[in-house]
Design a protein around this ligand. Structure first.
Ligand code: WTA
Length: 696
């Protein structure tokens, strides 16, 4: 019999009942339930299954709800991930063990190892297998900056381009394990470059195009990349962005860079450095369109992505091949109820962020879907851009950041009315807490009360969604502004002020994750110690996310925002310390303190307090110089919105800046400061309040 149920005694009977196989060797009830809307019709599905395959016994504890399947995924965690990994991914060699069994308790020795001894290639999973089955299916729709100039790319075309690209970078001596920096606009060549690296086992690090040459240089140095892939220019919002120039400046301090591979996004001329520059367009077609994929271990690094933390320079988080790909693709499909055969997935993030990696590129392509690459802005050429793109490309799932929603609300509802949004089935929000007003507008005006919203919480560190409702295609309940519930296999904990795990109802605390999950970052590139100290040390036995959360009476989760010194401006993470370090470089600045304050459009805005030395310069002149400095050294999105000069900064006895108080003042919550007379620094605080009042 092909469809056998393997029941091995009483204890594991429940477990084994899900483990029956089809002709291909892999198929099981969990997978079936996951793919067919978990919350609805489970009883019906069970009936169908048992009638079709009478030998299948469903677990005696029947799965009838999200809770049942969630509990199953926690109680049988290895089994859960094992069956999914076998069913969903194509392996050269299957793994022997799901993971190494380590948890976060002995964090000094923690090693992230999943799907041990499995051999796999991500590009084969994302392209080859779909190309073989369905060569003419659209893999990518590149929605270029100028509306109406979109380019459709089939799996066959993507396969060939990726392979030529792979052969090309191999030709320039890139080998398995080498780092490659990708500094490209969201474009077809960016996807090809990422997949090409994955194919030959090179570790890519995509740097967001908004970062300055100094930020880029520090990332190139950190990875010791031999190759930088860029374009002559980018085109965004009708304007040209000088990618190549930024790279040229950056590599002045990176003599080890052997080649800069340049893709011509525009016809405009640019400076070519004969020693190093290679023009991709001139040579790519000379390379064969077949390229043998490298056989990668599950736990080989797939990419490095830099992100800001509360201290020091941004860290390069390293993601694995197998675990990352599994959870990115599983969530892409389940959370958005994505129909891999037909749907057009519109994740509008830049590929330079983790959202672009997991949901524009890897998750969607691994599922054989059609992904939209959005090169433009929400307001180019006018604020109807998103809606006309939905209509033009017939997008079925729209996934974006609350900042964009708030911006578009300001422009008014007229822009929405002209466009047919009936293709939309499901909406998603990511990157920052979504306020109730934005949620309601998204639901009513964009989704026309027909599409539900998945408010997905996750991080660069988590690789894929960890908290989200599963609203689409089911009757899962929703509460505006709430990320609701842990995804399958994810166990959360809330820690109280004393560092103890608290009950998970009606309580606010620090959000932690209890057990490792497949798509968790493996380490910080070149600094495993920092990884452990940042994430595993603060609460022994737990992974600390840096976010605060509130669990309501039903145990549903609301993310309240960062509890560390990380700000979130328009969904972009910035460390307060990163900006302070730069402000303090200015010759007239004695000291500085940066805090995030609520902002109606960008979620948070950067507010800088500075203490000046004796100077002849005017404050306005200094402010201008400081803003330029931040732009030059980091990026435009890190520029302080407000700078306030104060005579002093309040500090604790051990010399720490009292940020909580500074944040309250900057947010104009002065009455919340309580009785100042008990604070030793009360005079300093009074002075700051004075300065704040005279400013506003
Ligand atoms: C925040 C982006 C509230 C959070 C995927 C997290 C959110 C940081 C949500 C990670 C959400 C992300 N609700 N806050 N749905 N999603 N965040 O690494 O503070 O760029 O720690 O990853 O964004 O930002 P990152």
């Amino acid at each position: 019999e092909k469809y056998g149920v393997n029941i091995n005694g009483t204890d594991i009977c429940e477990l084994r009942a899900i483990d029956y196989a089809d002709e291909n060797g892999h198929y099981n009830v969990v997978e079936y339930l996951l793919q067919n809307g978990i919350m609805d019709n489970l009883k019906e599905d069970s009936k169908f299954l048992t009638s079709k395959f009478p030998e299948v016994k469903l677990f005696s504890k029947s799965i009838n709800s999200y809770e049942d399947l969630y509990n199953f995924s926690i109680e049988n965690n290895e089994e859960f991930w094992r069956t999914l990994a076998l069913n969903r991914l194509e392996w050269f060699k299957e793994f022997d063990k799901v993971n190494n069994g380590l948890d976060f308790n002995d964090y000094e020795n923690y090693e992230h190892k999943w799907f041990i001894n499995g051999k796999i290639n991500v590009s084969v999973n994302c392209v080859d297998r779909h190309y073989k089955k369905n060569p003419n299916k659209t893999a990518v729709i590149w929605d270029k900056d100028e509306p109406g100039t979109e380019q459709y790319v089939t799996y066959s075309e993507l396969y060939k381009l990726m392979n030529k690209f792979s052969n090309m970078i191999r030709h320039f001596n890139v080998k398995k394990g080498d780092s490659v920096i990708i500094y490209l606009p969201t474009s077809l060549y960016a996807i090809a470059a990422m997949l090409a690296c994955a194919r030959i086992g090179a570790v890519h690090s995509v740097v967001f195009g908004g970062f300055s040459s100094e930020s880029l240089a520090s990332r190139i140095q950190n990875c010791q990349a031999k190759i930088v892939i860029t374009s002559n220019q980018g085109v965004r919002g009708g304007r040209f962005i000088e990618f190549k120039q930024t790279v040229d400046t950056a590599i002045e301090t990176c003599p080890f860079v052997e080649h800069v591979l340049v893709y011509k996004r525009t016809d405009n001329p640019f400076q070519v450095n004969k020693d190093k520059d290679i023009i991709i367009d001139d040579i790519i077609d000379t390379f064969p369109d077949e390229c043998e994929p490298e056989i990668m271990d599950s736990n080989d690094p797939l990419f490095i992505l830099f992100t800001s933390g509360s201290t020091g320079k941004p860290k390069g988080l390293v993601h694995s091949n197998a675990g990352y790909l599994l959870q990115a693709s599983l969530t892409q499909q389940l959370v958005f109820n994505y129909d891999c055969e037909k749907d057009v997935f519109g994740c509008l993030a830049d590929i330079g962020w983790i959202t672009g990696h997991s949901y524009v590129v890897y998750g969607t392509l691994c599922n054989g879907g059609t992904t939209v690459l959005f090169e433009s802005t929400p307001t180019y050429p006018d604020p109807s851009r998103y809606w006309q793109t939905v209509e033009r490309l017939k997008i079925n799932q729209l996934y974006l950041a609350p900042t964009a929603i708030r911006l578009l609300i300001k422009h008014g509802d007229e822009w929405l009315k002209k466009h047919d949004k009936s293709s939309l089935k499901c909406l998603g929000s990511v990157g920052e807490p979504i306020n109730v007003e934005a949620w309601n507008w998204f639901y009513e005006k964009v989704g026309e009360k027909r599409c539900k919203i998945a408010d997905t919480w996750w991080q660069t560190e988590t690789g894929a969604h960890c908290i989200t409702p599963l609203p689409c295609g089911s009757n899962d309940i929703l509460k505006p502004g709430m990320a609701m519930r842990p995804f399958f296999g994810i166990q959360l904990a809330l820690m109280d002020q004393n560092g103890n795990e608290s009950d998970t109802k009606h309580i606010e605390g620090m959000l932690c994750i209890k057990k490792p999950w497949p798509s968790m970052a493996m380490t910080v590139f070149g600094d495993d110690q920092r990884f452990k100290e940042t994430y595993l040390k603060p609460y022994r036995g737990y992974f600390f996310t840096g976010d605060g959360a509130f669990f309501d009476n039903d145990g549903h989760i609301k993310i309240t925002g960062r509890v560390d010194d990380v700000m979130n401006v328009s969904g972009h993470r910035i460390g307060t310390a990163e900006i302070e370090n730069i402000l303090s470089e200015h010759p007239d600045v004695a000291e500085s303190a940066v805090v995030g304050v609520p902002h109606e459009l960008t979620g948070e805005a950067v507010f800088a307090y500075i203490v000046l030395k004796e100077t002849q310069k005017s404050e306005q002149e200094i402010f201008k110089q400081l803003k330029n400095l931040v732009k030059k050294k980091i990026a435009s999105h890190a520029i302080p919105n407000t700078i306030l000069v104060t005579p002093n900064l309040p500090k604790t006895r051990s010399g720490k800046i009292m940020r909580r108080i500074l944040r309250k003042i900057a947010s104009n919550q002065i009455e919340d400061l309580g009785d100042l007379s008990t604070i030793s620094e009360s005079n300093v605080i009074e002075e700051i309040i004075q300065s704040f009042r005279s400013m506003s």
